[in-house]
Design a protein around this ligand. Structure first.
Ligand code: C2E
Ligand code: CA
Ligand code: CA
Ligand code: CA
Length: 280
């Protein structure tokens, strides 16, 4: 039993060493990833009730030679911790807006509304945030009306007045705002109603359970009815099955994103989807 225990302990230590080593390797590699051009963006379609593309969400990808493909869920928190998220966020903004300009010039399909870009709470919290966004709009010459900034309830660590002031400055330029992962944070709708928002994105955890869990059904129902009172659009994330889409449509949701329609795709495929302009 003792040996068994020691064996287990040994195994446990190895596992920890591995993950610590892995983490260290990730940190090291992240420092060079930008200059080595290891990041790229993929684009996931957002569709209306008939499956037509109304937008894309830009999602960050990292491919490193040693580590392989690392998911943003793993490397973004590390980038945040080691102080790289500012630079990386800037790269995402530049790259996404540059691509948006190309699509804009090629002619976007009639129902296309916005390209969504994820903004990390620390990016939003910077005093220079408004300037950063205005600057990328000017440099890339995009129509600001085509930009949807996805922020999370995490940005509410700042005072509501300063959050609202930043958003209002950009709102004046016609930039759109969505609340990402809505329902998973702690902010109340009473709080959010003071912000110039355009859309709530219902978190995929609710969508995943909608056909089996009556609670999720009730939560989504409530979000949709409150959003309509506040004049906000609602987009359901993580729609994987037709059945989920049908239920969501029945309760008044008409914007969707998820594997059922399309996975995030590389830029050439995204361009082809826009040119094709057919329902997904
Ligand atoms: P998110 O913003 O909530 O993005 C949606 C995530 O759900 C994406 O994961 C997407 O690939 C995934 N997804 C979409 N449809 C489905 C579906 O039907 N089923 C399931 N199971 N998943 C689906 P991804 O690309 O791995 O990104 C994870 C998170 O990393 C994002 O969650 C976001 O918080 C963060 N992230 C990604 N790109 C960026 C970025 O450029 N900047 C920042 N700050 N965060 C980013
Ligand atoms: Ca998002
Ligand atoms: Ca989300
Ligand atoms: Ca998320």
């Amino acid at each position: 039993a003792k040996e068994n225990g020691r064996g287990n302990l040994h195994f446990y230590n190895d596992a920890m060493r591995n993950s610590a080593a892995e983490r260290l390797a990730m940190e090291k590699a992240l420092h060079y990833a930008l200059e080595k051009d290891e990041f790229y963006l993929v684009y996931q379609p957002q569709v209306n009730d008939r499956g037509y593309i109304i937008g894309f969400e830009a999602l960050l990808r990292w491919h490193n030679k040693e580590l392989g493909q690392v998911s943003p869920g793993r490397f973004i928190p590390v980038a945040e911790e080691i102080g790289l998220i500012g630079e990386l966020g800037q790269w995402v903004l530049d790259t996404a807006c540059h691509q948006l300009k190309i699509w804009q010039d090629a002619g976007l399909p009639p129902r296309f509304k916005t390209l969504a870009i994820n903004i990390s709470p620390s990016q939003f919290a910077k005093d220079s945030f408004v300037d950063t966004i205005q600057d990328v709009i000017e440099r890339t010459n995009i129509d600001p009306n085509l930009l949807d900034l996805e922020i999370t309830e995490g940005m509410l660590v700042e005072s509501i007045t300063s959050v609202a002031a930043k958003m209002r400055s950009l709102k004046e330029k016609n930039v759109h705002f969505s609340i990402d992962d809505f329902g998973t944070g702690y902010s109340s709708l009473r709080y959010l109603q003071h912000l110039p928002l355009d859309q709530l994105k219902i978190d995929q955890s609710f969508v995943r359970d909608i056909s089996s869990d009556p609670n999720s059904h009730v939560i989504i129902n409530t979000i949709i009815s409150m959003a309509s009172h506040m004049n906000l659009s609602v987009l359901a994330e993580g729609v994987e099955h037709g059945e989920e889409k049908d239920i969501l449509m029945r309760i008044g949701c008409s914007r969707f994103q998820g594997y059922y329609f399309s996975r995030p795709v590389e830029v050439d495929t995204a361009t082809a989807l826009l040119l094709n302009d057919a329902p997904l």
